[in-house]
Design a protein around this ligand. Structure first.
Ligand code: ADP
Length: 230
């Protein structure tokens, strides 16, 4: 589904040029759960942003479902992003002035879904993530673990094909972190493709494949025990 060939990314700010990615070759198939690891600043977020069509590479080719992304107009790319990808961030990124229900509903409003249908979709995820009793709470009335659960619910409500998770457990203690990993595993088992940046080898081992980045390059790829048991 996702194929990257020789992808490079250079950021140019005034006189400074930062090479964030070089010669990235990787692919991700439908239904895979892939982890990306590497030290801070090695290009993990940049890579997720390129895969999720938030940013464009400076060089190389990106094929999404065999279509060359650079050939697709800006408008169609935005549509493609909405149809395929949802993000989960380390810092939850919920909107403080909106309730749990309203936060989760937001991606459906962006998709211009009718109100009646939105209510059905939101109720489904509230049920799935056992958040129904918190539907009218505001984010600051919830623990970090609960907030991230809401962020996961918001990510999946529009049924994206791919979840891009950027250190989703980075701000959580190990118990709440484990809850989120369990949810991601269950979503993956239900067919969702997941690409997750993590600093935790233990968490990465729960995915199918681990891609190690260093200084903008893929240094190694390894299959985890989960994959070899499949
Ligand atoms: P990681 O997620 O692995 O910490 P990033 O992808 O955030 O790494 O960053 C990779 C490199 O690109 C870093 O040197 C970072 O400073 C630089 N970088 C990222 N985004 C920008 C930007 N918008 N402008 C300039 N430099 C950037």
């Amino acid at each position: 589904m996702i194929e990257l060939f020789d992808i490079g990314k250079v950021f140019r700010n005034k006189d400074i040029e930062t090479k964030a990615l070089s010669n990235i070759n990787m692919s991700v198939s439908d239904g895979e759960f892939v982890s990306i690891m590497g030290p801070s600043g090695c290009g993990k977020t940049t890579l997720l942003n390129i895969i999720g069509l938030i940013d464009s590479p400076s060089s190389g080719k990106y094929l999404l479902d065999d279509k060359l992304v650079s050939d697709i107009s800006e408008r169609n790319r935005t549509e493609m992003r909405k149809d395929n990808f949802a993000f989960i961030f380390q810092s939850f990124n919920l909107i403080d002035d909106l309730t749990v229900r309203e936060n989760i509903e937001l991606p459906l409003i962006y998709q211009k879904m009718a109100q009646a249908e939105r209510t059905i979709y939101v109720n489904q995820v509230l049920e799935r993530f056992t958040l129904k009793h918190r539907a009218n709470y505001f984010p600051n009335e919830l623990s970090g673990g609960q907030q991230q659960l809401v962020a996961v619910a918001r990510a999946v409500v529009a049924k994206p094909r791919v979840i891009l998770a950027d250190e989703p457990t980075g701000n959580l203690d190990s118990t709440h972190g484990e809850d989120i990993i369990q949810q991601l595993i269950q979503l993956n088992e239900a067919g969702m493709t997941i690409i997750m940046v993590t600093h935790s080898m233990m968490q990465a081992q729960r995915s199918h494949r681990i891609i190690h980045l260093f200084d903008g390059h893929v240094v190694t790829e390894s299959y985890s025990k989960v994959a070899t048991n499949l």
